[in-house]
Design a protein around this ligand. Structure first.
Ligand SMILES: Cc1cc2nc3c(=O)[nH]c(=O)nc-3n(C[C@H](O)[C@H](O)[C@H](O)COP(=O)(O)OP(=O)(O)OC[C@H]3O[C@@H](n4cnc5c(N)ncnc54)[C@H](O)[C@@H]3O)c2cc1C
Length: 323
């Protein structure tokens, strides 16, 4: 049962920011994660502020500098099927297409996908864990088969969002509105590690909401892709994922961005693997070096050691397909 809550609909970002100032107020976009969290007592909700009628937050359009803006209320299905996204930002289209089920993609939005809460079964399962303000991460000694290899400290979650991983490889910027006005944050600074704040996954402060995601113009010669490994082909969160963006000129890699998903509490950029590629031909030797570099420094837990060869293989497979 969901405990009783107040419900308010707003029609502008200004109204949303004002409504979110109330204690215990939370924004709702598609509601596919929020309502589950409220039902399972993951967090308390006093007022649901429905963003659904804010037209300004919808849609996909070109920006003056040749990039693309995607409104926070744009559905995951719309993103997966949008011609410009598929053509210019393939990794995002592929990531969106891999999210959950058709029903969830039709209802779930980009803003909600980026701000959804982690799927750790201790966090979701009624444990008073570190992320909920307790003093223990139960995944340290418990069943940690789906937990992180990198970036864990006081909490061992992995970030659940497929689109976040793809957008990180694409160098997106997150536009935010709040009580102190608007700001734009590079996606690499949007998500936060437990060591910075174990109770939240991103930099949003009280009363702030994501308004849109901005993608920079794709440089000529850039190709991007997203590949997700999951337990089953129907809806499922990633066991391991990779978003790759490569710019190849005259047979050599000039620019590379490789981001692992389901590896860390944030989308995990593997810069050493990128360095192993830049300036090289995309041949088997360079690919193998990048794959080794991608998992260097991993700290497997008792039950998730399988992820190390899985990520290594994923990097090898994706780069080989791009070569
Ligand atoms: C069965 C199931 C399977 C799933 N599988 C996957 C998967 O494979 N990959 C994946 O990536 N996701 C998966 N998800 C998560 C799903 O994609 C999200 O539930 C959905 O994207 C959230 O979108 P929403 O619009 O419904 O968000 P909501 O439920 O409305 O919101 C989610 C959270 O974000 C906050 N929020 C919403 N919009 C904003 C905004 N604009 N600014 C700030 N905060 C905001 C809300 O307050 C809430 O805390 C799955 C979910 C379910 C239930």
């Amino acid at each position: 049962m969901i405990p009783p809550f107040a419900y308010t609909r707003v029609t502008s970002v200004k109204e949303a920011v004002a409504a979110l100032a109330a204690p215990g107020a939370r924004p709702s976009a598609g509601g596919t994660d929020l309502l589950g969290c409220a039902r399972d007592d993951v967090f308390a909700v006093k007022t649901i502020v429905s963003l659904g009628r804010i037209e300004a937050l919808r849609g996909i359009g070109d920006t003056a500098d040749g990039g693309l803006r995607v409104g926070a209320l744009t559905t995951i299905a719309e993103i997966a099927g949008h011609a410009a996204v598929r053509e210019r930002y393939r990794a995002l289209a592929e990531a969106a297409a891999s999210v959950a089920s058709p029903q969830l993609r039709n209802q779930g939005t980009l803003g909600g996908n980026l701000c959804q809460r982690p799927r750790c079964w201790f966090y979701r399962g009624g444990y008073d864990c570190a992320r909920k303000g307790g003093d223990t991460c139960y995944a340290v000694t418990g069943d940690n088969r789906y937990h992180c290899l990198f970036g864990g400290s006081t909490c061992l979650i992995v970030h659940p969002s497929d689109t976040a991983t793809a957008l990180s490889a694409l160098g997106a910027t997150i536009a935010i509105a709040g009580p102190r006005g608007e700001r734009a944050v590079p996606i690499e600074d949007f998500f936060v590690l437990p060591e910075a704040d174990v109770t939240k996954e991103n930099v949003l402060g009280p009363g702030e909401l994501v308004t849109e995601v901005r993608l920079p113009a794709a440089a000529p010669g850039t190709r991007t892709t997203y590949r997700k490994v999951r337990t089953r082909g129907a809806w499922d969160f990633a066991l391991a994922a990779l978003a790759a963006s490569l710019r190849v000129e005259a047979g050599r890699v000039r620019d590379a961005r490789l981001v692992l998903g389901a590896a860390a509490p944030v989308p995990w950029r593997v810069r050493e693997a990128e360095k192993a590629l830049v300036g090289q031909k995309l041949d088997a030797k360079a690919i193998q070096r990048a794959a080794e570099a991608a998992v260097r420094g991993a700290s497997p837990l008792d039950h998730n050691g399988y992820k190390v060869p899985m990520f290594r293989g994923l990097v090898e497979e994706v780069l080989t397909a791009m070569s």
